[in-house]
Design a binder for this molecule. Structure first.
Ligand code: PRP
Ligand code: URA
Length: 206
């Protein structure tokens, strides 16, 4: 289930982000702003329950989100997408999963995993700015399922049609949220028009 989060401010930020002249500090700020702007859409259908709520004047009813939230950035570029989510969901825990895409084979190569023990009781939001072939996202979701995750959604900044199809085919139940669905992949597995290498641009390693 694909959700393209359409918003004029997101579209403008993304336009500036695509510019190869956008330096790392600005790139990081823009990614952070886009991720914050995506939070309401990504979390819109979280389950809630009614709770008693005391005001200074009387008792009324309020709402709480039923399950705790765990944000899971896919290292390393996912870290750039994390802060905007944490700005609006500061109570979330953060699990980390390290997956590097082999630039020759395009296969996902795992290298790290750390999550809270109660992962199955939480809402999991997997974060990665780029969904290209889908290999990294599929590996991350499979790993988190194996660790016990049950309520899981995926958020990215730019997705390719191939990546969306691959992730949907592997996990038909997962909601995929993206700020933009781009045109295609090139022969090196890069998204077109895309952003280039998001990790390198975020961390100034290009
Ligand atoms: C990038 C990106 C995704 C992955 C997408 O990370 O952040 O994790 O590639 O490609 P895929 O859908 O074809 O798997 P990369 O492995 O380059 O590492 P980085 O985050 O350290 O830059
Ligand atoms: N990873 C990136 O950072 N960009 C792409 O276009 C594809 C994979």
């Amino acid at each position: 289930m694909l959700h393209v989060v359409e918003h004029p401010l997101i579209a403008e930020e993304l336009t500036k982000l695509r510019d190869p002249g956008c330096p790392s500090p600005e790139f990081r700020q823009r990614v952070r702003r886009i991720s914050s702007l995506m939070v309401p859409s990504v979390t819109a259908n979280l389950e809630t329950e009614v709770v008693e709520c005391a005001t200074p004047l009387e008792i009324t009813s309020g709402v709480r989100v039923s399950r705790g939230i765990i944000l899971v950035p896919i290292l390393r570029a996912g870290l750039g997408f994390l802060d905007g989510f944490l700005d609006l969901i500061p109570q979330a825990s953060v699990a980390h999963i390290g997956v590097a895409r082999n630039e020759v084979t395009l296969e996902a190569e795992p290298y790290y995993l750390k999550h809270p023990p109660t992962i199955g009781e939480h809402e999991i939001i997997v974060l990665d700015p780029m969904l290209a072939t889908g290999g990294s996202a599929i590996h991350a979701v499979r790993t988190l399922h194996a660790a016990g995750a049950r309520h899981l959604r995926f958020a990215c900044l730019v997705a390719s049609p191939q990546g969306v199809a691959a992730l949907e085919s592997a996990f038909p139940e997962i909601h995929i949220h993206t700020a933009c669905l781009d045109r295609c992949l090139n022969d090196r597995g890069y998204i077109l028009p895309g952003l280039g290498d998001a990790g390198d641009r975020l961390f100034g390693t290009c």
